[in-house]
Design a protein around this ligand. Structure first.
Ligand SMILES: [Zn+2]
Length: 69
């Protein structure tokens, strides 16, 4: 298992609601935010995943989020 796999599962579970990197990190218990950022960037554009600036469904902040439609 990689962080990318964990991130993908979480985004799929929340779909189609968007989630920001910080909430992904918090939910998965990760401390190094830049790894989450790398994972969400890798996901974007594949299998219906997209990255955009939107309101996070968990924290309500407007930030770069990842969602699967
Ligand atoms: Zn959030």
């Amino acid at each position: 298992m990689t962080i990318r796999d964990d991130v993908e599962k979480l985004v799929v579970r929340l779909a189609p609601r968007p989630v920001c990197d910080e909430c992904v990190a918090h939910t998965l218990g990760l401390s190094m935010l830049h790894h989450v950022d790398q994972a969400t960037r890798e996901l974007a554009g594949s299998n219906g995943f997209e990255r955009r600036k939107d309101t996070c469904s968990l924290c309500g902040e407007t930030r770069p989020v990842t969602a699967r439609n």
